[in-house]
Design a protein around this ligand. Sequence first.
Ligand code: ASP
Ligand code: MG
Length: 406
Amino acid sequence: MHKGLIVQKFGGSSVANVERIQNVAKRVTSYRKNRFDLVVVVSALGDTTDELIELAAQINTEPSEREMDMLLSTGEQISVALLAMAIHKLGYEAISFTGAQVGIITDTSHTRARIVKINGDRIKEELKKGKIVIVAGFQGMTLNQDITTLGRGGSDLTAVALAKELKANACEIYTDVEGIYTTDPRIEPKAKKIKEVTYDEMLEMASLGAQVMQARSIEVAKKFDVPIHVRSSFLDKPGTMIIKEVKRMEDVLVSGITLNKNEAKITICDVPDKPGIAAKIFNELSSSGVSVDMIVQNVSHIRSTDISFTINKAELPKTIKIVKKAAKNIEAGEVLKDEDIARVSIVGVGMKSHSGVAAKMFETLAHNKINIEMISTSDISISCIIQKKFAETAVRSLHEKFGLGK
Ligand code: ASP
Ligand code: MG
């Protein structure tokens, strides 16, 4: 009788208002008509989470993380109840739950908790009764019954974890774009929707600035091999499959181009060139919770050298303070900062087995008279830091050069 179980997740923009909630209810029930069991994960309505954070800041600029979780989890609780009501209105049975109610147990790191285990019994029980089960995304509970949240964008993680736990036949992430694109279509209108992308490529893209899915949710999907279908909640067409391996034509070197403008560059000048100095600086930073991204140390000709690195812009004031102090201690020179930078990256599993991809990237930038300030590479990506004003030109010319618009 039953065709299988589908986990569907709808993001904030898909449930931003009454009409959209009603649309989600229609879509969900259409799958129900086709005899699928359904577990539906929803995010908070529209920008609710941002608004709640804003509200908290007005009361206390350093709110307790436990209370933040208590506050933010209310967003998703509103969505699940409203969606259940919308589904009832269409004549179907549905029941909504918080993360805690369906046994999503997490560790105690409030605002970025990790899922420890899921007790899926309650969900299974309700599915057996023929109900559509609606679960609040982004939240769980500690063993002490404190409410936790799973980090921004965490509803994706809820969906992937439930799909794994319930051995779902499919995990669908509904969003306001049609899938994963070769680059941001707002920058390059010739960007194409990608049919299939690997977990590794998607992870690179997510961490390099493509904001379609939460990076941690993809890590979990990769670990347990949960195929994900990212698709539009407004249109009825296939989106992008995120899977383990993709069979592509041989000559696909690059699958996508990403752009990140949220980084800042710091340079410490005239750092004494002797062992232990880099360790000193970066230890200070890591123990203050600043995560450093790209690092470049120039070759020294005169017993001192410049070290540059990038960080998230939001951490700039804190980082400057720490680095200035450290620079003084190690008798280095000036500390410079540059916020007008951008990181452009090319991503693709195809580059693993090909040489010359980096050269092609550098040539393309050079041809457009764009200076490269820093470079970093991984197995399947190459990133360059350039001046921010060239960011869009860089993306478009790389997109063209690697044949992604075709
Ligand atoms: N509402 C949460 C956020 O905005 C979780 C999510 O959208 O997935 O981060
Ligand atoms: Mg969201």
